[in-house]
Design a protein. Structure first.
Length: 316
């Protein structure tokens, strides 16, 4: 009976989502659409689940992006709030982001702000009915992190599987793939290629290139300036890139940012070399006196291409 009720609940949410689409509802109504093409379930969508930083800003969840192709969602990073943002997108009509439907995640690096939602992605969709293991791709050290998470929640797993909840014994499992550079994933919808970027003292930090039937999308992850991103993009349709403003930080902080991240001026140079159809600023780092709008203006001062500043739940 419990399984039947859960199935009915999922079906109900899917029907509501379809009606939302038919009524013209869309995610991220302020988002720019590449080449004025409508963002629809039949084409590849880039859904911004979180644009935040380590700052505890309730308006911006932790860094997470979903590439939706062929009715399947492929996540990149899992900052705080990722599952709840996925549900917000589902309620706007993107059924692929119904939590039990999330099965594949790519991690750029193991910084806490990019992975604090990892336990959420492991356990919440399972509690909501996911029966298949989660496939996760990322740097070396990911297996150790995953083992520690399962150990930390072992009592929860025991109670849910052996107690009255009668949860399945497979949906919380994780298949970890510690990756190298090159093609790391391919199915009927997408081919994913990883490449190394520079992120301060991290030994491994990756960017990702997604190739679908209709779009090529590149995500920088956290990175200091490197020509690897422009080479991976090479006239890609969408380039999502992190950035910071030098005007936002004092000299001591700038020593860190210049080693770990890309300034607005440096990004403009990289984007000019990359020649993407659309540059999307995400994971934007700003201070008390610098806003997202100012970050966008700084890039536009040195970059003549199409560029937008992403907000949570925008769709491109």
């Amino acid at each position: 009976m419990k399984s039947l009720l859960h199935a009915i609940s999922i079906l109900h949410r899917m029907v509501l989502s379809v009606f939302a689409v038919l009524l013209g509802s869309s995610v991220g109504t302020n988002a720019q659409v590449l080449d004025s093409r409508p963002s629809s379930a039949s084409g590849t969508q880039v859904v911004i689940l979180g644009t935040g930083t380590p700052q505890a800003d309730p308006e911006n969840s932790g860094p997470a992006v979903a590439i939706v192709a062929g009715g399947t969602a492929y996540l990149v990073d899992c900052g705080p709030g990722v599952v709840r943002r996925a549900v917000a997108a589902e309620r706007k009509g993107i059924v692929a982001l119904t939590p039990p439907n999330i099965h594949v995640v790519f991690i750029t690096h193991l910084h806490s702000d990019h992975t604090l939602g990892y336990p959420d992605l492991i356990f919440s969709p399972w509690v909501l009915g996911r029966a298949e293991p989660l496939n996760v791709y990322g740097p070396h050290g990911l297996q150790s992190m995953t083992d520690s998470i399962e150990k930390a929640w072992e009592k929860d797993i025991d109670v849910r599987t052996n107690g009255l909840e009668q949860a399945n014994r497979t949906g919380y499992k994780v298949l970890v793939h510690e990756i190298e550079r090159g093609i790391i994933y391919k199915d009927k919808n997408v081919t994913v290629t990883s490449f190394l970027v520079k992120h301060g003292s991290w030994e491994e930090a990756f960017g990702y290139r997604f190739e679908t039937a209709d779009r090529t999308i590149v995500l920088s992850g956290d990175s200091a300036p490197t020509d690897a991103i422009a080479k991976a993009c090479n006239r890609c349709d969408i380039l999502l890139h992190e950035m910071y403003s030098e005007a936002a930080y004092s000299p001591p902080a700038l020593k860190y940012f210049r080693s770990f991240h890309t300034s607005s001026v440096e990004l403009a140079k990289e984007a000019t070399e990359a020649k993407s159809g659309l540059l999307v600023l995400y994971h934007q780092m700003y201070g008390a006196d610098v806003t997202y709008d100012q970050l966008l203006r700084e890039v536009k001062q040195h970059y003549s291409g199409n560029v937008v500043s992403a907000h949570d739940l925008d769709v491109y």
